[in-house]
Design a protein around this ligand. Structure first.
Ligand SMILES: NC(=O)C1=CN([C@@H]2O[C@H](COP(=O)(O)OP(=O)(O)OC[C@H]3O[C@@H](n4cnc5c(N)ncnc54)[C@H](O)[C@@H]3O)[C@@H](O)[C@H]2O)C=CC1
Ligand SMILES: O=C(O)CCC(=O)C(=O)O
Length: 630
C-alpha cells in the first residue's frame, strides 16, 4: 500500500547554497572591512541558532540588529539568490513540478525573498511558511513578526502540525530546527542535507544523510534527473596524486577518500570493497585478488603511463575500464634522462660527493662532452622517440632498437637487434614498457655485449634489469656511470627505507621513481585522468582507454543511454535489440565495438520507456555489466 508523502524543505543552505542573511550583509554593508566583521558575527549567530545553542529568536534579533537592512536591499538580495539555488535542486526541477502539491518550504527566514526564489522551481507561494520583516516608516528593517509561530520554540514542528497533513512527512534540511520536527514526532524521517554545509550535530541525529537532492530522490525511489546519485560513487585515491584530481572528483560530487601511500594487497582488499573508482600510480599492484574484492569497481585511473601494475585482463573480463595518462609525463622523463646523461658523462655525482667531504679535485679526467657520442635507446615509443629528438639537438648520434617497426626521427638510425645496439652505444638508455616479457631483458649477458666504460640508464621499469648483474658491472668499472630511477622492489611510501645492491656504488645516480614527478606532469595527469573517468561515468565514453573498445560518444540529449558490457560471443547485439523491440523501445542511436575479450554496446533510447528492460538486459547470458544513464 502506498502512503501519501509530503516533503518539507528548509530554505537557507538547503534550497539555496547560502544563508540569505549572510548574502544580505554583503549587499547592505558597503565597507569591506566592516562587512567582514559583521559577516563573521552573523555566521556565528546563525550557527548558534542552527545548532540549538541559543534560541532562534535571539539569534535572529541579533542578526537583524547588526544588518541595519532596508526594503530597498531586498530586490538585490532576490537577484543574488536566484543564482544561488542548490545545484541538485536546479537539476531536479521536474521533481518540483511533479510533486508541487506535496512540497512545502518551512523556514525561519523571510517570505519576502523566499517566495520569489522557490517559485523558480514551481513551489506554490501558499506552501511557503516563513517569517515577515517589520519595517519602520523609512523602510528600515527593524524586526520580524513575533506572532509568527516560527519564532516559537519548536516553531517548525508547530507550523507543520497546524497544516494537518495526512500521510508520511519527510523533512530535508541542514539545521537543528529541521531535526526538531522529527524530534517532536511530527515527521517520519529527517534527511540531513549536506550539499552546502555539514553540521555534525545535525548529521548525527539524521535518519539519513543526503549530500544532494539526488540521494534523497534515489533512496525514496522518486523521479530524479540523474540515474545514480554521484555521492554514491566512492573514489579511492592513493599514492599522493595531485590535489587537482581530488578537487575535480569532489566538485563532481563523488565521495572521495585519499590515502598518501600505496597499499599492500591485503590492505587494498579491505579498502576496495565499496569503491567504484580507484586511482593509483605505479606502486599499487591491482591484482586479480584485489579486483575480486571490489564488486562495485567500474573504473581504474592509472595516474602515470605504465599499466603493468594492473591486471588488465581481469579488469577487462570484469567490465572495469582502465584509463592512464599516456603522454602527460613523457617530457619530464626525457628531460631527466638528458640531465643524467650529462651528469654521468662529467662524473658530477662523484665530484659533488667528494666536495661535500672537503675534497677539491679539479681535473678533466674521465669527463666528457656528450656531443658526438652514440646514444642507444632501447624502446622507441613516446619517451624514446622524444629523447631521440632532444639528444640529436645536443649533437648526439642516436641509435635505437624497438621490438616493433618505428619511424626513425631526424637522423636516428635503427638497429635490427638489441645486440647490435648494445655493442655500439656509448650510452645505453632503457625506455621499454613494463610488460611481463620484459623481465630481465638486460642481464649479465647483455652487459657483456656493451662497450667498456659505457653509461647505463634505466628509467623504464625495475624488473627489466637484473640488479645484481648491474651492480657487478658498476663495481668492475665496465659501467662507468649509471642512473636508475626504477627498482624491482620500491618502498610503498616515504616512511619505508630503500634497500638495493646499488646503494653506495661509484658514479651511480639513484632516484626514487621520479622520472615523471614534476609539478607540470602531475598537474597535467591530474587533469587528464579524472576527466576521462568522469566522462566514462557520465557518458560511457571509453576513448583512449587502455583495455576497452574505444568509443567516442555524442553527448546525451533528450535520451536515456543503455550501456551493456558483455563477453565477446556471437549474438549479443541481437539479444539486446530483441529485448528493446519486445518492449517497444525506439532506438535513437546505437554504437558497438568489440575487442578480443568484451563487446561494448551503447544504445540511446527515447526517455519514455519501460524501465524493466534494464533488468532484462542484465539477464542476457554473457552480460558482464549493464547500466542505464541519464
Ligand atoms: N621513471 C618514470 O617515472 C617513468 C617511467 N615510465 C616508463 O617508461 C615506459 C615507456 O613509456 P612510453 O615511451 O610512453 O611508452 P610507449 O608504449 O610509447 O613505448 C614503449 C616502447 O617500448 C617498445 N618495447 C617494448 N618492449 C621492448 C623490448 N623488449 N625491446 C625493445 N623495445 C621494446 C614498445 O614497442 C614501444 O615502442 C612506460 O611504460 C613506463 O614503464 C614512464 C613514465 C615515467
Ligand atoms: O609517477 C609515478 O608514480 C609513475 C611514473 C611512471 O612510472 C609512469 O608514468 O609509468
Amino acid at each position: 500500500m502506498s502512503t501519501h508523502k509530503h516533503f518539507i524543505i528548509d530554505f537557507d543552505s538547503t534550497f539555496t547554497k547560502v544563508e540569505a542573511l549572510d548574502a544580505l550583509c554583503a549587499i547592505c554593508v558597503p565597507d569591506a572591512q566592516q562587512r567582514q566583521k559583521v559577516l563573521t558575527e552573523i555566521q556565528r549567530l546563525t550557527d548558534l541558532g542552527m545548532e540549538g545553542e541559543i534560541p532562534l529568536t535571539e539569534s535572529l534579533e541579533k542578526r537583524l540588529a547588526l544588518l541595519k537592512a532596508n526594503k530597498s536591499h531586498i530586490n538585490d538580495l532576490i537577484e543574488h539568490l536566484r543564482g544561488q539555488i542548490s545545484e541538485s535542486f536546479k537539476l531536479n526541477k521536474a521533481f518540483f513540478e511533479a510533486y508541487k502539491e506535496d512540497i512545502y518550504i518551512i523556514s525561519n527566514g523571510f517570505k519576502e525573498f523566499i517566495v520569489p526564489i522557490v517559485a523558480e522551481l514551481g513551489v506554490k507561494p501558499e506552501h511557503v511558511f516563513a517569517n515577515s520583516f517589520v519595517y519602520d516608516q523609512d523602510g528600515n528593517i527593524i524586526g520580524f513578526d513575533r506572532d509568527n509561530v516560527l519564532t516559537q520554540n519548536q516553531g517548525k514542528a508547530k507550523q507543520i502540525k497546524s497544516l494537518g497533513l495526512e500521510g508520511e512527512i519527510y523533512v530535508i534540511g541542514d539545521g537543528f530546527t529541521d531535526y526538531e520536527i522529527k524530534e517532536a514526532g511530527i515527521a517520519d524521517k529527517f534527511y540531513a542535507f549536506t550539499e552546502n554545509v555539514k553540521r555534525d550535530s545535525v548529521v548525527n541525529k539524521a535518519d539519513h544523510v543526503t549530500p544532494s537532492l539526488d540521494e534523497f530522490l534515489y533512496v525514496n525511489k522518486l523521479p530524479s534527473a540523474l540515474s545514480y546519485p554521484k555521492n554514491r560513487i566512492k573514489v579511492l585515491v592513493l599514492e599522493g596524486i595531485h590535489e587537482h584530481a581530488i578537487n575535480m572528483f569532489r566538485q563532481e560530487g563523488y565521495n572521495v577518500e585519499v590515502i598518501a601511500g600505496a597499499l599492500e594487497e591485503d590492505e587494498l582488499c579491505e579498502k576496495i570493497h565499496d569503491v567504484s573508482i580507484i586511482c593509483i600510480r605505479s606502486k599499487t599492484q591491482l591484482t586479480a585478488k584485489a579486483i575480486a574484492a571490489a564488486p562495485r569497481l567500474m573504473a581504474v585511473g592509472a595516474f602515470c603511463i605504465g599499466t603493468n601494475q594492473i591486471d588488465l585482463q581481469t579488469c577487462t573480463e570484469r567490465g572495469i575500464v582502465v584509463f592512464n595518462a599516456p603522454y602527460s609525463n613523457t617530457r619530464s622523463v626525457v628531460e631527466m634522462a638528458i640531465g643524467e646523461i650529462i651528469m654521468l658523462s662529467r662524473g658530477i655525482v662523484e665530484k659533488s660527493n667528494r666536495m661535500h667531504n672537503g675534497e677539491w679535485d679539479k681535473s678533466a679526467k674521465g669527463s666528457n662532452e656528450i656531443r658526438g657520442k652514440k646514444l642507444g635507446i632501447v624502446g622507441y615509443g613516446n619517451i624514446g622517440s622524444q629523447l631521440s629528438v632532444l639528444a640529436e639537438g645536443l649533437g648526439m648520434e642516436v641509435y635505437f632498437y624497438d621490438v616493433v617497426d618505428k619511424l626513425a626521427l631526424g637522423n636516428a638510425k635503427v638497429c635490427n637487434t638489441l645486440e647490435e645496439l648494445l655493442s655500439l652505444a656509448d650510452i645505453v638508455t632503457l625506455h621499454v614498457d613494463g610488460r611481463p616479457d620484459n623481465k630481465n631483458i638486460i642481464g649479465a649477458k647483455e652487459f657483456d655485449m656493451m662497450k667498456e666504460g659505457v653509461i647505463f640508464l634505466n628509467l623504464a621499469r625495475g624488473h627489466v634489469v637484473e640488479i645484481e648483474a648491474l651492480a657487478q658491472n658498476i663495481k668492475s668499472g665496465k659501467i662507468r656511470g649509471a642512473a636508475v630511477d626504477v627498482f624491482p622492489y620500491e618502498p610503498k611510501n616515504n616512511q619505508e627505507s630503500f634497500e638495493s645492491a646499488l646503494k653506495g656504488l661509484p658514479n651511480t645516480l639513484l632516484s626514487p621513481h621520479i622520472g615523471g614527478s614534476t609539478e607540470e606532469a602531475q598537474e597535467n595527469i591530474a587533469q587528464y585522468v579524472p576527466s576521462k573517468l568522469i566522462d566514462y561515468v557520465n557518458t560511457g565514453g571509453s576513448y583512449n582507454s587502455v583495455n576497452f573498445p574505444n568509443l567516442q560518444l555524442p553527448a546525451l540529449r533528450n535520451a536515456h543511454r543503455l550501456i551493456h558490457i558483455h563477453r565477446n560471443v556471437p549474438g549479443i547485439l541481437a539479444k539486446i535489440n530483441n529485448a528493446l523491440a519486445e518492449n517497444n523501445i525506439n532506438i535513437l542511436g546505437q554504437y558497438l565495438k568489440t575487442n578480443e575479450t568484451i563487446g561494448y554496446v551503447i544504445t540511446d533510447v527515447d526517455t519514455q520507456y519501460n524501465r524493466s528492460v534494464t533488468k532484462e538486459l542484465k539477464q542476457i547470458p554473457d552480460t558482464i555489466k549493464s547500466r542505464a544513464l541519464y
